[in-house]
Design a binder for this molecule. Structure first.
Ligand code: NAG
Ligand code: NAG
Ligand code: NAG
Ligand code: NAG
Ligand code: NAG
Ligand code: NAG
Ligand code: NAG
Length: 468
């Protein structure tokens, strides 16, 4: 069964589909592989280079439990903000077009910061061609964790963001359901204006009001939050607490849709992020697994996993002008088992690995090569009209199952991410887009992998099938 991407394929440096397909898919894949061999002439190559999806498997049941890897660190469940596993499901679910428009804002925000001379959130708002009613760059943040803040702990649903550092919670919410009120916590303390924590905020505040440190985060697209910078106890889980967690108590937010989340957890690489704050405990290392759909759960873990042999690794790039960002050197992409042969200069600036950007953005030349190779492998299906910026779309109407070419991202050092089906396609379109800015590895492609950010050691690790 050389062709069937399953348990026995010997591929040591590969983090891929072998062990990760959901059970139903795996079963179907096995069935189909058998089918291909007996029926279709070019079966051997096909089965090796295609991922098969049954339409029926799209209606997978809701499974909101989490199975994190063993770790000596702290693990919290991570869920899609819009979906049945969300602790606070949104009333309004964005359409795919809305999501893609938000995603353009997010990508521009990341790219502008990457190329900007300033290394902080302090940027002029973008010249937006999109109406602000569509929301902000933060509206693409799709993943939330539930933690507790204060004593007694108040449960808070926080969006996670690897593209920013300062964490904040709403201390002034009008719905009042999960409001964190600092005056009711016995462990809360605002920072004084002269404190090191306040000074460290730099362009994210360092303002003073009633002798209390004021923070401000401006997200580059005009949205912003201001309030008091202080500290309190953070409960990641019943057994894992972080004393003196530094965060903003937001009194005022602008530009956000009044969505049901309580705040934002900054996981960037700069000093204020939770990752940096917990460096002494967790070694400046964290990982997450983003679930493939909004019907299953993933996890966020602080601290290195116990067993690193399951990860393929690549050096982590950092850019001194934007200490927030984590980067990787993508070297090439293979489609259906064949490398595109992307020129090294095309990707030599590195790629930002971002949890908050949805689609992977590639330089035009790389995207064209990818899209055309993918189309060559999809000639058996009728093309469909573009969906927003997605231009490689298919009409699978009436098919009980279909298959798409495998897509593998090949990184510096040989680490390979063999993308999950849900990491290749979104809304029946290839989930990549061309860009003239810096490349971004988006969250669609990261789904189902445990993505280890070992910031201390300067290493990225990928473990396939971690939350499929
Ligand atoms: C992980 O390793 C730590 C020691 O490094 C150990 O205390 C812990 O029990 C291990 N956890 C699991 C789930 O194996
Ligand atoms: C979950 O995701 C699907 C597919 O993207 C979408 O159609 C659906 O509206 C989402 N459900 C919720 C409750 O957000
Ligand atoms: C600093 O605080 C003052 C008074 O509270 C306020 O008017 C001003 O907008 C703040 N500046 C920033 C950058 O937050
Ligand atoms: C905060 O956001 C609002 C709405 O986008 C904007 O009008 C205002 O100028 C922003 N404030 C700052 C200090 O950037
Ligand atoms: C709460 O926020 C709203 C708008 O964000 C603002 O108008 C109001 O003054 C705030 N209230 C308090 C008590 O801070
Ligand atoms: C690399 O980044 C620099 C600075 O933004 C830019 O001028 C250059 O065009 C980029 N190179 C590539 C190949 O994208
Ligand atoms: C997959 O679809 C093809 C064509 O629609 C069909 O011939 C085949 O029987 C299907 N296989 C399964 C397992 O549903």
């Amino acid at each position: 069964m050389r062709g069937c991407r399953d348990a026995s394929q010997p591929a040591p440096a590969m983090a891929g589909a072998q062990s990760k397909d959901r059970y139903a898919r795996k079963l179907l894949l096995l069935l189909l592989c058998g089918g291909y061999y007996s029926v279709v002439a070019r079966a051997a190559d096909d089965a090796r280079s295609y991922k098969v999806l049954a339409v029926g498997s799209l209606k997978a049941e809701v499974v909101c439990s989490v199975t994190p890897a063993p770790s000596s660190g702290a693990t919290v469940p991570l869920n899609h903000r819009h979906g049945p596993c969300s602790p606070a499901p949104s009333a309004k679910v964005p359409t795919i077009l809305e999501l893609l428009q938000h995603d353009q804002l997010r990508a521009k925000y990341i790219q502008r910061r990457w190329s900007g001379k300033k290394g902080t959130d302090d940027l002029q708002p973008l010249d937006l061609t999109l109406p602000t009613t569509l929301g902000t760059a933060l509206d693409t943040l799709e993943y939330v964790i539930t933690i507790g803040i204060g004593s007694p702990a108040v449960t808070q649903t926080m969006m996670i963001d690897t593209g920013s550092d300062v964490s904040w919670v709403r201390c002034n919410s009008t719905d009042g359901t999960t409001l964190f009120d600092p005056s009711k916590s016995t462990t809360y303390a605002p920072f004084s204006c002269s404190s090191a924590a306040c000074t460290q905020l730099g362009n994210n505040g360092n303002n003073c009001s009633n002798s209390q440190c004021q923070y401000m985060v401006q997200y580059g697209d005009g949205s912003n939050t201001t309030g008091t910078y202080g500290s309190d106890t953070l409960a990641l889980s019943a057994s894992d607490t972080v004393k003196g967690f530094q965060f903003g108590c937001s009194h005022h937010e602008e530009g956000f849709n009044r969505e049901k989340f309580d705040g934002l957890m900054g996981l960037g690489g700069d000093a204020q992020s939770l990752v940096s704050q917990t460096a002494a405990t967790y070694g400046k290392s964290f990982s997450y697994c983003l679930p493939p759909t909004n019907r299953t759960s993933g996890f966020l873990t602080f601290g290195a996993p116990n067993v690193t042999s399951a990860f393929v690794t690549t050096p982590m790039l950092r850019w001194p002008r934007v200490p927030t960002f984590y980067g990787v050197l993508l070297q090439d992409i293979s489609v259906g088992g064949t490398l595109l042969g992307i020129q090294p200069t095309v990707l030599s600036n590195g790629s930002v690995m971002d949890s908050g950007t949805i689609l992977t953005r590639l330089p035009r030349r790389a995207y064209s090569a990818l899209s055309s190779a993918f189309r060559s492998g999809m000639t058996r299906y009728p093309r469909a009209a573009p969906v927003g910026i997605l231009d490689t779309c298919y009409d699978f109407t009436g098919l009980r199952n279909f298959s798409v070419p495998t897509v593998e991202l090949v990184f510096d050092g040989g680490a390979v991410m063999d993308l999950d089906y849900d990491g290749i396609m979104i809304s029946d379109c290839l989930a990549f887009a061309a860009t003239s800015g810096v490349s971004i590895i988006g969250n669609v492609q990261q789904r189902t992998f445990e993505v280890l950010h070992d910031v201390g050691q300067g290493v990225f690790g990928f473990r396939s099938g971690a939350c499929s």
